[in-house]
Each structure stands twice: as C-alpha cells, then as structure tokens.
Design a binder for this molecule. Sequence first.
Ligand code: KG4
Ligand code: ZN
Length: 337
Amino acid sequence: MRDRYILAVESSCDETSVAILKNENELLANVIASQVESHKRFGGVVPEVASRHHVEVVTTCFEDALLEAGITADDLDAVAVTYGPGLVGALLVGMAAAKAFAWAHQLPLIPVNHMAGHLMAARQVKELQYPLMALLVSGGHTELVYVSEPGDYKIIGETRDDAVGEAYDKVGRVMGLTYPAGREIDELAHKGKDVHNFPRAMIKEDNLEFSFSGLKSAFINLHHNAAQKGEELGKEDLSASFQAAVLDILMAKTQKALAKYPVEMLVVAGGVAANQGLRERLADDITDAEVVIPPLRLCGDNAGMIALAAAIEYDKGNFAGLDLNAKPSLAFDEMAD
Ligand code: KG4
Ligand code: ZN
C-alpha cells in the first residue's frame, strides 16, 4: 500500500509548529518555534505579540518540516490545522498558512481540536484501547474526557475556574519565578515538604468538577501576609504544599471518574502532564487502569500531536472547506462547520 503523509500546523498559543506524519504513527518532523522568551517579561502570553511572531516564522516552519522529513509538497495527502481552542489571532495565522498551502497544492484540509491533539499524542507511546479516559491538564484546560471510540470525545468533568497550568503560572509569578513556572515549581516541590496544608477544593464532593481558584487565593494570601510581616516563606515548601494540593485534587477526581466509567486505559496529557510529581502519583495511585502519558517532547504544544489526531479524522473522512473559521472556545464535542 502507498504511504500516506499528513502535514499539520499548530499556532493556538505561543508555539508555531509544523509536523509531518507518515501513515498512522511515524512522525518524520515536528518543528517547534517557541516564543516563550518574548512573553517572559510580561509574565504570560500577550496575544498581539503571539500573532506577530507566528506570522514571522510560520513559512520557515513549513520549509523546515518538509526538509527534515525529506519529502516535498507533492508527496502530501492532506493538511491538518488546529482551529481551536486558543487565541483567535494566533489561530488565524496558522489557519491562513495551512489553507493557503492546501489550496496551492490541492490538498484536503483536516480541522483538529487542540485538546484532541494533546490527547492523541499518547498514540506515540502505544496503540490506544477504547473506550478510554483522559485527564487533560494544560495552561488553558483541566478536563476529564471519556473517549468511546477514536475521535468521539465527551467531557465528563472540567474546571469551574482556573486551569491547573494557569494556577501553576500564577503562583509562580507570586514567588518571582519566570513564566511558565510549572516545571520550576515541580523541581522546587521535590526539595520541600507539604507544611502549609492548602485547601483541596471540592475533593470530597461527588462530582467530577475541579476548582483551583481557592487554592491560588490561599497561596497568594499566605505569601502576602508573610511578606507584610517581613517573613520569607521558603519556595521549596510553598511549591511542595501547592503541588501536593493540586495532585490530591487531580488524583481524587480521576479516581472518581474511573470508578464511574470503568475503562482499561487512562491517558494523561497536556503541558502539565510533563510534571514529575504527577507522573509519580499516577504510578502509585492508579491501579485499575493502564496509564499512558505522551513522551515529554509531545506534552507541550506541538504540531506532531495535531498530526496524530488528524490521522484519525482522515480515516473518518472528516475534512473542512477553505471557509473553516477559528473557534477560540471550541469544545470537545463540537464538530467543524
Ligand atoms: O499544553 P501547554 O503547553 O499549553 C496550553 O495548551 O496551555 O501547557 C502549558 C502549561 C503552562 O501553564 C506550564 O506552566 C505547564 O503547562 N507546565 C507544567 C510543567 N511543564 C509545563 N506544569 C506543571 N509541571 C510541569 N513540569
Ligand atoms: Zn496546549
């Protein structure tokens, strides 16, 4: 059988990325141009700055990906692109580039949900078994998703306020860490102890919802009160206490979800899935399902994960017209229109 090649584009936040996937699972290229240095001094992503950077590098990313994969545009079978959720200006840059490329080379366009991409990055580890459960933890989302079959996603629980990655970045800012702070807090947490005993919101409630804003406020209040008294609380213990609360919440709700929807596989994905503390807790606490976590290089935003999700949409014949629009608040169960 002839090989199939999909080129995928991701630009929903602060990474411009173009990947090339051969057949179902072989990533030939995954070029990622990160803008994180430009956003650091603002302590978060500035949408206008993000859009401008995407415009500057997107064409080079296409060229580099094709070069790295050792193929030409003529070898391609489809172009996939993230159309939401994300920053509208940022999404539009990647979409305009993907559409123009698809049109110029007469290739079909595959619309991909960014969060489905995070989830399907797990396909690089092993073949997924359905139905499965996914815990998606990123800078913008915290969701439990039930996947009955490839491409069929149902949100069964999500955060009522902040996303977990967002909470990491906010408390990191309060401690004077650079953005994004998740990784550094994770490292500090391993050197400290849970001495502050922050609240674990809704942990006992019999639902699959998350809340992190109370934890964030408790952290900020403790930090400010100590600062007013001229006390310095150690970053290690603060980080360990924050991370312990986050992990207790994530584990409690994931275990509730698995009890309610028994499945054999749990996929944990998104930027926060890079967290070593989370990986340790999953290994210790999840006994009734196999845990699959994408490799570290596919946890943060990248087009490789978009290509892996696109392969499923290709098999289902889910293509979009060139009038496909960006959907900044795209939900899991919405289809492209
Ligand atoms: O998935 P992602 O790259 O972008 C979004 O789609 O949001 O996630 C970025 C988030 C940031 O909030 C970052 O602080 C967090 O993932 N993150 C981590 C770790 N590495 C990245 N959070 C906790 N521990 C980590 N090791
Ligand atoms: Zn993401």
